[in-house]
Design a protein. Structure first.
Length: 359
């Protein structure tokens, strides 16, 4: 089945992600109409795909020759295009930011859930070849994750992440959206939501968020304190949480070095991700770099030949729309990741641990 698409917004990733993917997947998608707040961009894209440029998103979603909507850019319209599409009975692919305003957007999520349409949130890190292979290794060689450490630089994204510095639907920066996706990625690797979080540091220089996932791994002997990322008793107890978490996930954000320190900035850069498991450890960078170690030694995997992330995500969207099973897991997971990020900010303000279940 070929889905007839309407595009709303194009954005910085149009040329590198969505346009090539739609070209490759022309047996599954047919672009019929394009709307952008910049009319010239809409005209150019429409001409390339032999589609119609549209003056307003309401007109686009009401067209009878459109089955699904791709919202590809964060802008001042916020959730309005998605809600209009849901009310018109059109499936939605949402790539316009993940940082939900947890106080305002509960009603938005409820309307999406009650609309009955297929709604897919774009989560590029889940579809990266590195992530897919890592999940396979966890199931076959490495065993259950024990600790995760994410290293990121403020104002800089790595791999498949969106690079726009625009506002999200929640009125916040794209950096917040990036953090939400990292929290979601940790949850995706572990398999369930974090229970509590503690945050320390200044976002302008160095900040660390430590999420604890409930389980039953044990504590540092004689201390009653859960083992830290390196197995030592370095992490404080958190309120209302299991004192024996099976997984600790740390997201560390540091400021970028001054531009004139270029040599220092590239010296021994740490891996974006370190995942320590029961039977080994993996170091990874998005989208396709993975090195892992077990009792047999070092393993270096080349994932460059895997299909591109944009193609993977749009294929999944096509399956979601054409199947009889409605999957809103990504939407609810993203919202819960936003709640976890809100708890992390509260922890930074209060100086203590925060139970995410109380958000």
């Amino acid at each position: 089945m070929k889905l007839r698409l309407g595009l709303i917004g194009l954005g910085d990733l149009w040329q590198t992600r969505y346009r090539p993917a739609l070209r490759v997947l022309d047996d599954r998608f047919d672009v019929r109409a394009v709307y952008s707040t910049i009319s010239k961009l809409a005209e150019n894209a429409a001409a390339e795909f032999e589609a119609d440029p549209i003056d307003g998103f309401h007109s686009l979603v009401q067209r009878g020759d459109i089955d699904a909507i791709l919202v590809l850019k964060q802008c001042w319209l916020g959730w309005l295009p998605a809600l209009a599409a849901c009310r018109a009975g059109k499936a939605v692919y949402w790539a316009a930011g993940l940082d939900f305003d947890t106080e305002k957007h509960h009603a938005v999520l409820k309307e999406i859930e009650e609309s009955g349409v297929s709604f897919m949130i774009e989560l590029p890190r889940r579809f990266a070849p590195t992530t897919i292979r890592l999940k396979e290794l966890i199931a076959t060689h490495l065993g259950k994750p024990l600790s995760i450490r994410i290293h990121r630089q403020a104002g800089k994204t790595a791999g498949p992440e969106r690079a726009e510095a625009t506002s999200t639907p929640g009125g916040k920066s794209a950096n917040d959206s990036d953090l939400v996706e990292w929290v979601d990625w940790c949850r995706y690797i572990v398999g369930h939501a974090p229970q509590s979080v503690i945050t320390a540091g200044d976002p302008s220089s160095y900040q660390t968020m430590v999420f604890q996932f409930a389980g039953n791994v044990g504590e540092t002997k004689g201390t009653g304190i859960p083992a830290g990322l390196d197995g030592s008793a370095t992490r404080p107890n958190l309120p209302n949480c299991d004192l024996q978490p099976s997984v600790v996930a740390e997201i560390a954000t540091e400021s970028q070095l001054p531009a004139h320190w270029q040599e220092a900035a590239t010296f021994r850069s740490p891996a974006t991700m370190k995942i320590q498991c029961e039977k080994g450890v993996a170091f990874a960078d998005f989208p396709s770099t993975l090195v892992w170690f077990d009792d047999a030694g070092r393993h270096v995997e080349s994932l460059e030949t895997e299909s591109l992330i944009g193609q993977r995500m749009l294929r999944q969207f096509h399956r979601n729309v054409t199947s009889l099973v409605r999957d809103l897991g990504g939407l609810s997971d993203s919202y819960e990741a936003s709640l976890a990020l809100k708890a992390a900010r509260e922890s930074n303000e209060t100086g203590g641990g925060v139970s995410i279940g109380n958000q």
